[in-house]
Design a protein around this ligand. Structure first.
Ligand SMILES: C[S@@+](CC[C@H](N)C(=O)[O-])C[C@H]1O[C@@H](n2cnc3c(N)ncnc32)[C@H](O)[C@@H]1O
Length: 314
């Protein structure tokens, strides 16, 4: 499907930009994968730093991101290969395009400012738009289908599980009572009414429900679990994996994966003799991860919950 990049004025500021480049340390002749191209900021940095002949394979589930980056990265010519694909298919896509062994892989999870600011994609409850929330409009259920058809219990469970919202039952009850709900702002209003205005609250009452719907509609946690082992299998010895997550559910998956793959034994605690035969494939680079400094958060508030974890392939 050929997509036109939209004309609304927005940009995406890459988060922890310098930290990512320091960790990946792109060199001439290197091969890199950016599995979450977004606005192409990190990808451009990798291509600039690996001049004159470093190559980059970029993926994004959102065809608009591919259209945008095709323009932004055009000057790099054949050094950049951009593919519309979910990163669940990372190894398959990498092999088809000659990236079977790479020096670095970047995952910058979640959504870009382009997506958040585009009312047509329905990610933001601050602007009226269709209840969609799919990263890839060519596949999967829309948020509207979920909100308007799921049983109340199932809806409450998903808001609790993926949004960690303690008002999940009350919100689900109210959603079911107001069906059909057509737009982002309508859903936000239903949620606000259900939980009441919380004066001085840092988060809008709909924030967690929208996060939960987005994670559910795009099956984001399962995709993350599927891609992590694939990134390791692509890395050459010495190659580096860098992952930026934006909420605790993602970060927990990344942290546990890196811990496990940096360990020589994953037997349950107090097992007298190792039975698992597991061998470490990675060395973690910053055990607690890196977070943006005050200056970055002040300049780009969307970076505030970011955490960058990374590891080197043994
Ligand atoms: C935070 S943005 C990346 C921003 C980018 N690093 C930059 O500098 O502009 C995340 C991007 O990852 C994409 N994405 C999220 N999950 C994905 C998945 N499972 N497969 C492919 N792309 C995905 C989103 O569509 C979005 O464009």
């Amino acid at each position: 499907m050929k997509m036109q990049a939209p004309a609304y004025p927005t940009t995406h500021q890459p988060v922890l930009y310098q930290e990512v480049l320091n960790i990946l340390d792109p060199q001439a002749g290197g091969r890199f994968v950016d599995a979450t191209l977004g606005g192409g900021g990190h990808a451009e940095g990798i291509l600039l730093a690996s001049a004159p002949d470093g190559r980059l394979l970029g993926l994004d589930a959102d065809p608009l991101a591919i259209a945008r980056c095709t323009g932004r990265l055009a000057s790099f010519g054949a050094r950049a290969t951009l593919v519309h694909a979910n990163f669940r298919r990372l190894v398959e896509v990498a092999q088809v395009h000659g990236f079977a062994e790479v020096d670095g892989v970047l995952l910058d999870l979640g959504v870009s400012s382009y997506q958040l600011d585009d009312p047509d994609q329905g990610f933001s409850f601050r602007q009226a738009g269709p209840l969609d929330l799919r990263l890839d409009p060519t596949t999967g259920p829309t948020a509207s289908e979920v909100v308007n058809t799921l049983a109340e219990d199932a809806l409450a469970d998903l808001i609790y599980r993926y949004g960690e919202d303690r008002f999940s039952r009350r919100i689900a009850r109210s959603i079911v009572a107001h069906r059909p709900i057509q737009s982002t702002t309508e859903l936000a209003e239903v949620i606000s009414q259900a939980v009441g205005g919380r004066k001085g609250a840092r988060l809008h009452p709909a924030t967690r429900t929208f996060q939960a719907l987005r994670i559910y509609v795009n099956d984001e946690l399962a995709s993350l679990e599927a891609v992590l082992p694939q990134t390791v299998s692509l890395l050459r010895p010495g190659g580096v994996l860098a992952v930026i997550s934006f909420h605790s559910l993602e970060d927990r998956i990344v942290k546990q994966f890196l811990r496990r793959e940096s360990s020589d034994c994953i037997c349950p605690p107090r097992t007298p003799v190792c039975q698992c035969g597991h061998r470490a494939q990675l060395v973690e680079l910053h055990r607690k991860g890196l977070t943006p400094g005050e200056a970055e958060v002040a300049e780009n508030p969307r970076s505030r919950s970011a955490r960058l974890r990374s590891a080197r392939r043994l």
